[in-house]
Write a protein that binds this ligand. Structure first.
Ligand SMILES: [Zn+2]
Length: 61
């Protein structure tokens, strides 16, 4: 699996909707490839922050 295939599958990968084998391919590629690792890190940050119910900082009144 190369970077282009990872990028194509990535949005589906984030939703865990690939086949188990494809999930493994993408996960392995991300571990081995600095470019895709950085992409994964930055996308995941946004993705996770978006899903947080409560914000980390609670402004005092
Ligand atoms: Zn890559």
């Amino acid at each position: 699996m190369d970077c282009r295939q990872v990028h194509q599958a990535y949005s589906v990968y984030l939703q865990s909707k690939l086949s188990p084998q494809q999930m493994e391919w993408v996960a392995k590629h991300i571990q081995d490839c600095p470019d895709c690792y950085l992409l994964d890190q930055s996308v995941r940050q946004v993705f996770v922050e978006d899903k947080l119910v409560s914000p980390p900082e609670n402004p005092l009144p």
